[in-house]
Design a protein around this ligand. Structure first.
Ligand code: SF4
Length: 199
């Protein structure tokens, strides 16, 4: 009986509660991730990828707001809660890809939706994500292992494939080059001045 009730999708049923709970967890997780990236930004660890500039500008805007508020009330410590309030809107449009973050600000700019022919959908199609080309995608140090592993695996395939399979080789080579480029971009964006001085 309880199980049957749990499956009921009527408003206010257990399923609605479960969904609300899942959404709450997702919102909390997204807020944590955005806060972590904002703190990274403040330490000079910047995002990479096609959407990096837009995200960096957003963080700069938030930082300036915090500075202005601190100048007005110098004795007030800005707590994480204050920062989170400013980041909440951004957290709502964050979607997690396996190798990137997707900042779904504008469906008409979503490459996955263009490819799928559904440019007005209200959610990205993560399964069709082309994060190296979509202006809403960013890469961060947490995504580096995925790209590095992908590069390594592709290099192995390239070494095994016969020279006669030209089309396959060209595709793999492009894939390999792209993975190396993403790793290099993540490294370049996350190298702080301090890192450079101690190198
Ligand atoms: S292509 Fe990727 S980054 Fe771009 S909107 Fe779709 S899921 Fe998001």
């Amino acid at each position: 009986m309880a199980t049957t009730e749990g499956c009921a999708s009527r408003p206010g049923g257990a399923q609605a509660e479960l969904l609300a709970e899942v959404n709450r967890h997702e919102s909390d997780r997204n807020l944590d991730l955005v806060l972590a990236e904002f703190r990274n930004y403040q330490q000079g660890i910047l995002p990479a990828g096609p959407g990096a500039r837009s995200l960096t500008e957003f963080f700069a805007h938030i930082d300036a707001k915090l500075d202005a508020a601190a100048a007005k009330a110098p004795k007030t410590q800005r707590s994480d809660r204050d920062v989170l309030n400013l980041l909440t809107k951004r957290a709502k449009i964050l979607h997690l890809g396996p190798a990137n973050y997707c900042w779904f600000t504008d469906p008409s700019r979503a490459l996955c939706l263009k490819l799928a022919g559904t440019p007005t959908a209200d959610r990205p199609l993560i399964g069709m994500c082309d994060s190296a080309r979509c202006p809403q995608a960013t890469n961060h140090p947490c995504h580096r292992p995925v790209w590095a592993e992908h590069a390594e695996r592709t290099e192995t395939f390239l070494g095994q494939i016969g020279t006669t399979r030209k089309t396959e080789r060209t595709r793999l080579q492009a894939d390999y080059d792209r993975a190396l480029r993403v790793v290099a971009e993540i490294d370049a964006a996350s190298t702080t001045d301090e890192d450079e001085e101690s190198a």
